[in-house]
Design a protein around this ligand. Structure first.
Ligand code: ADP
Length: 542
């Protein structure tokens, strides 16, 4: 390719060719490449390791434009890090896929992947081929997953009246988050939200129906779950009632305005009389519009457009509380929820097209003058909105993430009520199983199995370390106890409750989430071990 070549002459007049080289094109190859990837990935994993568990620490992330995020959610930390290493970005993807599928355990999966890579690096240094390691890890992962299947417990969640198990699970997942002060309240919100939309028969939870809305101001404890639609609006006139029972909603996309003359017509007003006439005409049009609304049986108006003072006043006089400037998508949501139809012209309005809601009320917040409208007990939908308050945007955002995580835990339990125990208990029992299997292996895979077992130990060790315990002592003690007592429920007592029995403490993780962590981390590790050539294209320099 000569397009980036230039002819030049040296001082003796002899021609030579300068190839404007792939100045920044980089290439790494072979075992060295594999090693350097592992080091990069390890670096990333070590960042999130300290936020694992109930005693994990939060991180402050500052974006390039100065926006601040405080979080301890692995997926969020990673997604906001400005990484220029390609391999490190794969870890970001890893926690994202755990987030998408399961919604919880995003920190754990990265810590586990980091530990697996650490172990792989040691084996590579012993001269074992990366592919062999990858295959061994995959086999070991199957054994670990099988072990989790074998020891999984089922918890009772079917009994809707008695949702304490779901509540306890939601609470556990909130334990490490900013909202831990309002533990009970947020756990209750998570459970209520999921139960409102859950379909127990098909074991599904439609997430689309759970909305999260945050508003800065007030305190976390002012957060609430609203079983209906919430609108960032208020009634159009301060004297309208703040509450409408048995609301029949006219949902309009036509404005309360007299028809406007088109541009090609000209309106000439040259005398007071003519002006008066126009005024009367406008008044008549408004009156007719309002009459049409009244005739349909509506007792409330939701309008996509504005209306002027005259119309507003008439609405008030006619006892038609109204909300104006409601956005298109909100209008749709209201229509779906209340079983109403969006009406484009006043003459189309009929009783059948009205939306129905048990109550529409204005929410007022303490001393602030903020107001919001809540449409509850809607005719059709089970939709609900978690409405989060907090003193600043960072807290509101992190609380929404925390609530999302615990909603995911509850949802996962409804999908599949099998659980394993947390605090590293599940990882330790899987580690023991894999070690035992290693004894029966011959050759290289024995090393890979042992390495895999060691990597599993990284989770309880990180939990212990973050709780201020000696990680090695804690791990060996619990492991010995698990083997001796044949009890797979023993884990790290992070909060110093005086027992290692996680079943007693009700520290659970949904089985599907824990299995997914193992599978995803192993997959990522396998992928990295198989890459032995990286070519990063750079821009040519001129
Ligand atoms: P992730 O984003 O991976 O969910 P977390 O910071 O929420 O990370 O930590 C989850 C880990 O902490 C899990 O391994 C869980 O078993 C453990 N854990 C949570 N609560 C407790 C507790 N009270 N005691 C011991 N371990 C706990």
């Amino acid at each position: 390719d000569l397009s980036n070549a230039i002819m030049a002459q040296d001082e003796m007049g002899r021609p030579f060719i300068i190839v404007r080289d792939q100045g920044k094109k980089k290439r790494a190859h072979g075992i060295e490449a594999t090693k350097s990837h592992i080091l990069a990935a390890r670096e990333v994993a070590s960042i999130v390791k300290t936020s694992l568990g109930p005693r994990g620490l939060d991180k402050i992330l500052i974006s390039t434009d100065g926006e601040i995020t405080i979080t301890n959610d692995g997926a969020t930390i990673l997604s906001q890090m400005d990484l220029d290493n390609q391999i490190a970005k794969l870890l970001v993807e890893l926690s994202k896929s755990q987030d998408d599928e399961i919604g919880d355990g995003t920190t754990g999966v990265v810590v586990l992947a980091g530990a697996l890579l650490d172990q792989a690096l040691e084996l590579i240094e012993k001269g074992i081929h990366p592919i062999k390691i990858a295959n061994g890890f995959e086999e070991a992962c199957k054994i670990a997953v099988q072990q989790l299947d074998d020891i999984a417990d089922t918890i009772d969640i079917q009994n809707e009246a008695n949702d304490t198990n779901l509540l306890k699970a939601a609470k556990t997942s909130l334990g490490s988050k900013i909202v831990s002060k309002c533990h009970d309240q947020f756990a209750q919100m998570a459970v209520d939200a999921v139960l409102t939309v859950a379909d127990f028969e098909h074991k599904t939870v439609d997430f689309e129906l759970i909305k999260m809305e945050g508003k800065v101001g007030g305190a976390l404890k002012d957060s609430q779950l609203i079983k209906g639609v919430i609108l960032d609006k208020d009634f159009s006139h301060p004297q309208m009632p703040k509450r409408v029972e048995n609301a029949k909603l006219a949902i309009l996309t036509c404005p309360f305005e007299p028809p406007k003359p088109k541009t090609k017509h000209k309106l000439d007003i040259s005398s007071v009389d003519e002006f008066k006439k126009l005024q009367t005409y406008e008044h008549e049009v408004f009156t007719q519009m309002i009459q049409q609304v009244k005739d349909s049986g509506a007792n409330m108006v939701i309008c996509q457009w504005g209306f002027d003072d005259e119309a507003n006043h008439l609405l008030l006089q006619n006892h038609l509380p109204a909300v104006r400037w409601v956005g298109g998508s909100e209008l749709e949501l209201i229509a779906i929820a209340t079983n109403g139809r969006i009406v484009p012209r006043f003459e189309d309005l009929t009783t059948a097209k009205l939306g129905e809601a048990g109550v529409v009320r204005e929410l007022e917040f303490g001393t602030t003058r903020d107001r919001m409208l809540v449409i509850e007990n809607c005719a059709n939908s089970k939709a609900c909105t978690a409405f989060i308050r907090g003193s600043n945007k960072m807290i509101v955002d992190e609380s929404i993430r925390a609530l999302h995580d615990s909603i995911c835990v509850v949802r996962n339990l409804i999908k599949d009520n099998r659980v394993v125990y947390g605090g590293g208990a599940a990882e330790i029992t899987a580690s023991i199983a894999v070690s035992e299997a290693a004894d029966k292996q011959s050759g290289i895979s024995q090393y890979a199995f042992r390495a895999f077992a060691n990597a599993l130990d990284a989770i309880p060790m990180a939990l212990a370390e973050n709780s201020g315990l000696d990680p090695i002592n804690a791990l060996t003690a619990i492991k010995a106890k698990q083997v001796k007592e044949r009890n797979p429920n023993l884990g790290v007592d992070c909060l110093g409750k005086g027992t290692n029995d996680m079943k007693e403490l009700f520290v659970i993780d949904p089985l599907i989430g824990k299995k997914q962590q193992l599978i995803l981390a192993t997959q990522l590790c396998r992928m990295l071990l198989k890459i032995n050539d990286v070519i990063i294209s750079g821009k040519d320099e001129y």
